[in-house]
Design a protein around this ligand. Sequence first.
Ligand SMILES: *Cc1c(COP(=O)(O)O)cnc(C)c1O
Length: 355
Amino acid sequence: MDIKFEKATQLKQKPDQNSLGFGKYFTDHMFLMDYTKGIGWHDARIVPYGPLQIDPATMVLHYAQETFEGLKAYRHKNGKITLFRPEMNARRMIKSNERLCMATLDENIFIEAIEELVKIEQDWVPSLKETSLYIRPFMFATETSVGVHAAKSYQFIIIMTPVGAYYPEGVNPVKIWVEDEYVRAVKGGTGFAKCGGNYAASIAAQEKAQSQGYTQVLWLDGVERKYVEEVGTMNAMFVIDDKVVTAPIDGSVLPGVTRDSIITLLKDWNIEVEERKLSIDELMDAAKTGRLKEAFGTGTAAVISPIGQLYYKGEEVQINDFKTGILTQKLYDTLTGIQWGDVEDKFAWNHEVKL
Ligand SMILES: *Cc1c(COP(=O)(O)O)cnc(C)c1O
């Protein structure tokens, strides 16, 4: 791919690595590329980070044809910079885009664009323990029209933000509200696609949970409000007896890269994983009878987020005495260990960026 590079005339001062937070600072440059029906992708460029100018009739502003991805670049102790399974993000974005009738981007072009931007911004990949450079590729309809149809033009952009350790004081459990009114997704809808619209529809439940003192919601299926699907914007896993149970990927659940990696690790450790429907009644019952040993969400940002408490229809149950479980901690340590190059990468998940 031929990428034009316009260097920023003035580089920003890098933020203090101890107070990066999540998504507060953006690097000096961004990647952009345009798609025009009949021509294909063109004008790949890396330019100074800055505002976009868009026409008020730009279709994404009205009909939300928008998809995105999220992955990280990690700095290893030997200075090497790696991405974690970026081909999974590339393939998922194709699936998301197909669902939303948007242009798709070839897997290799997606990865090459990220690599080129990371190479230019390599000084932005932080080195402090458990920090990383979060990468946000996204695409949206740019055609100007107020008619409803698949747009004829799109823009693909990549921005990057250095992020701090998600758990500076160690991995900590959170309180979860089981949502039985609002739903996130239904089969046949866009639940499996990573699109902004799903998030817009989820905020009401999140606000409701937070106003009741809970960190996030546990989503139930959109038809019967019976089967557990995801926790906030993470996939959900439950250790019941000696098995790990998680919702199957069958249309309404987002196929997480972290989810897939955790399942692979568990199977490698000879721990049984069941990808099956799990009703909220079975889950609450397992919690009350002591069979629910641990519970956690999985996603790129936090990697693993332990669930310490569940609230459902007036009942509250504690999980593992509101402490991070042994298996949860081991999964977190192993996966983050692989990502930062401290644990053997036996599944060849790390993708080195040649600097
Ligand atoms: C992105 C996302 C996840 C987690 O996916 P990862 O690839 O592991 O980061 C889970 N659920 C939803 C709804 C998501 O948008």
